[in-house]
Design a protein around this ligand. Structure first.
Ligand SMILES: NC(=O)c1ccc[n+]([C@@H]2O[C@H](COP(=O)([O-])OP(=O)(O)OC[C@H]3O[C@@H](n4cnc5c(N)ncnc54)[C@H](O)[C@@H]3O)[C@@H](O)[C@H]2O)c1
Length: 254
C-alpha cells in the first residue's frame, strides 16, 4: 500500500473495535503496517483479517495494558516481527458503563479508569521510547471531552483522560529533541462502547450533540482515522504537545 504512512509501523492499543479499529483501518489505507494490541483476541483477530483484506500487513498481539509485562511483550513482539516502531496510539481505556455520580465512585472504578487509560499509556510510552527515538516517531494519545469540559457521571474517566494529556505534554517537552512528537486526539464517534453507553442512558446523545456545531456523532474510520493519520505522518512534524478534538466542534481547546 502507498500513502502518507508508507514504511511506517504503528501499534494501536484497544484496536479490536471502535475508534482504535477506525484508526487502524485509516492508517493501513495510508500504507502503515498495524499492530492490533487488544485484550480481546476474537475482535482483534477480526480487525487483522480486515486489514489483510485491504492488502496490508498486520499483526494481532494479545495485550492487557494494565500489565507492564504484557505491554513490554507487545512492543518486543512488534520489533521481532516488523523490526521497527514509528507510531504508538494509546487508545485502550475502560470506564463505568453507565453514568456514576462522584459520590457513587468506588476505589475500583477510579482504579479501572486510571489503570487502563493513564497508566496503560504511561507503560506503553516507556516501553516504546527507545524504538520511537530510533525512528524519530510519533505518539498519539487518546483523551476526551469528558476531561476537557467535565462530564457528569464520568468523573474518574474524565480525570484519567486529563492525566493522559498532562503526561503527553510533559513527554512532548522531554522527547522533542529526540525527534518524537506527542499529540492528543479527543474523539467523538459511534463506537460499540458509545453504543452501549447510549443504550443505558439515551439522554446522553442529546447532551453530546446539542451544542455541537456539526450536530452529529462521528464515524470512527472516516472522521477520526484521518486526524490520526495526520498526527502520525510527517505532515504534522512541527506539531507537538497539542490537543486536537475530532468531535464536530464539541470542545474548543484554547
Ligand atoms: N467513542 C467516543 O465517542 C469517544 C469519546 C471520547 C473519548 N474516547 C476514547 O477513545 C478511545 C476508544 O474509545 P471507543 O469508544 O472506541 O471504546 P470501545 O469501548 O468501543 O473499545 C475499547 C477497546 O479497548 C479494548 N481494551 C479495553 N481494555 C483494555 C485493556 N486493559 N488492554 C487492552 N485492550 C483493552 C477493548 O477490548 C476494546 O477493543 C478510548 O480511549 C476512549 O476513552 C472515545
Amino acid at each position: 500500500m502507498t500513502g502518507k504512512l508508507e514504511d511506517k509501523v504503528a501499534i494501536i492499543t484497544g484496536a479490536g473495535q471502535g475508534v482504535g479499529r477506525g484508526i487502524a483501518l485509516a492508517m493501513a489505507k495510508a500504507g502503515a503496517r498495524c499492530v492490533i494490541a487488544d485484550f480481546n483476541e476474537e475482535s482483534g483477530q477480526q480487525v487483522v483479517g480486515e486489514l489483510e483484506g485491504l492488502g496490508s500487513e498486520a499483526l494481532f498481539v494479545r495485550c492487557d495494558v494494565t500489565s507492564r509485562e504484557s505491554v513490554d511483550a507487545a512492543v518486543d513482539r512488534t520489533i521481532e516481527v516488523f523490526g521497527q516502531l514509528d507510531v504508538l496510539v494509546n487508545n485502550a481505556q475502560r470506564a463505568p458503563l453507565s453514568p456514576t455520580s462522584v459520590m457513587e465512585h468506588t476505589d475500583e472504578i477510579i482504579d479501572l479508569c486510571f489503570d487502563t487509560g493513564f497508566r496503560g499509556s504511561f507503560r506503553f510510552m516507556q516501553a516504546a521510547y527507545p524504538h520511537l527515538k530510533a525512528s524519530r516517531g510519533k505518539v498519539i494519545n487518546i483523551a476526551s471531552g469528558a476531561g476537557l469540559d467535565g462530564l457528569a457521571g464520568q468523573s474518574a474517566y474524565g480525570a484519567a483522560k486529563e492525566a493522559i494529556r498532562a503526561l503527553s505534554k510533559s513527554a512532548a517537552r522531554e522527547w522533542g529533541r529526540d525527534g518524537i512528537n506527542v499529540n492528543i486526539i479527543c474523539p467523538l464517534a459511534n463506537s460499540p462502547g458509545v453504543a452501549t453507553l447510549l443504550e443505558l442512558a439515551p439522554e446522553m446523545e442529546k447532551r453530546m450533540t446539542a451544542n455541537q456545531p456539526l450536530g452529529r456523532i462521528g464515524d470512527c474510520e472516516e472522521d477520526i482515522g484521518p486526524v490520526a493519520v495526520f498526527l502520525a505522518s510527517d505532515d504534522s512534524r512541527y506539531v507537538t504537545g497539542h490537543t486536537l478534538p475530532a468531535d464536530g466542534g464539541n470542545s474548543m481547546v484554547r
